[in-house]
Design a binder for this molecule. Structure first.
Ligand code: ADP
Ligand code: MG
Length: 338
């Protein structure tokens, strides 16, 4: 009897899900990113019990053809890349073809999708298997409902924290995705409660107002800077409007929300001694660059990316902010110390 065997598809999908789907907010992130890639202009997120009972994402994007529906739930199945060359020139948020397979491996999923108003497709996926697919009249777009998350992975379920913590994670990720895409109108509801809403008119400052407050948004400075490789734009707060954590600084690379400590540090360095110790600005930083300069295939969740010329970009961030703040009539540093 051979001792080595290939894992079943169900089991390998569950293992993959362990990397991509850490908590309810991961499901929200993956599904909303799919809606963004599908060119939706409206994305509505509904959760019940902070996502443990239900996560539902409704978009008005391009939809999925009936014949593609069974494939969409297979692992490594994607419409977004085809060749190795594409892998290093990614223009979409997704490309690994893992999210739907992973989510379906750890929850019950219902999909309703149509590529145009008229006849669309309804599909039920249970235990990772497509158990029913039929046609039905639908409006254009995609609605995915995820129920009973982690029902078959008790260890992961145990790791999930209180509903308020999980809801905060969901709100945080929807906020960042909305800040990265002011051209999309987002809503987030927990049960019947509207938790957040953005207008989707394409104006970043208005989006910031929807997420933080009108006061904060109005007091922020717009900035922009560029060199041969990078363009940085966004809004940042004056040194008198700060928070006690860096969490209110969102970094976007070509429309993807990412985490990068060095770049945030470089951005803050632009304030010099204008910030009090332990205080940080609120900011949305958009970085645009040739996709060839960024490797997004470093981490399953793609929140960490590898950037070429990171030091050059750091310098650009520092000088852009230093120069922008220099144009404001700020209280001289010395007065801060009185
Ligand atoms: P990836 O996003 O990496 O391609 P996913 O597993 O997230 O992988 O999705 C698989 C495929 O299903 C996508 O490539 C896309 O073609 C299709 N898809 C998923 N969500 C949507 C959506 N909301 N609208 C249209 N197509 C979608
Ligand atoms: Mg995806």
């Amino acid at each position: 009897m051979p001792k080595i065997h290939q894992l079943s598809e169900t089991l390998s999908n569950q293992i993959a899900a362990g990397e991509v789907i850490e908590r309810p907010a991961s499901v929200v992130k993956e599904l909303v990113e799919n809606s963004i890639d599908a060119k939706a202009t409206q994305v509505d997120v509904v959760v019940q019990d902070a996502g443990l009972k239900l996560i539902q994402i409704i978009d008005n994007g391009i939809g999925i053809e009936a014949e593609d529906v069974p494939t969409a739930f297979l692992r490594h199945a994607t419409s977004k890349i085809l060749t190795t060359r594409d892998l290093f020139n990614v223009h979409t948020l997704g490309f690994r073809g893992e999210a739907l397979a992973s989510i379906a491996a750890v929850a019950d999923v219902t999909l309703a999708t149509a590529t145009e108003a008229g006849l669309g497709t309804i599909a039920h996926i249970q235990g990772g298997k497509l158990i029913d697919q039929h046609s039905e009249g639908l409006r254009q777009g995609t609605q995915i409902s995820v129920k009973n998350l982690f029902y078959n992975t008790p260890a992961r379920l145990k790791y999930v924290q209180s509903q308020s913590t999980e809801l905060n994670h969901i709100l945080d990720i929807v906020n960042r995705l909305a800040l990265a895409h002011p051209e999309i109108a987002f809503t987030l509801k927990n049960g019947n409660n509207l938790v957040m809403k953005t207008a989707g008119h394409g104006d970043l400052q208005q989006t910031i107002a929807g997420i933080y407050s009108v006061g904060v948004a109005k007091s922020m400075l717009d900035f922009s800077g560029s060199d041969l490789d990078f363009k940085v734009t966004g809004y940042t707060s004056l040194p008198d409007t700060t928070r006690a954590s860096r969490n209110y600084i969102s970094l976007m690379v070509n429309g993807r929300y990412i985490k990068n400590f060095q770049l945030i540090k470089a951005f803050i360095a632009g304030y010099g001694s204008k910030l009090m110790v332990g205080r940080y600005p609120l900011a949305v930083i958009n970085i645009e660059l040739d996709p060839l300069l960024v490797d997004v295939n470093v981490h399953p969740t793609k929140q960490e990316v590898r950037l070429s010329k990171e030091d050059q970009l750091s310098n650009l961030l520092t000088t852009t902010i230093r120069e922008r703040l220099g144009r404001e009539n700020l209280i001289p540093d010395a007065l801060h110390n009185l």
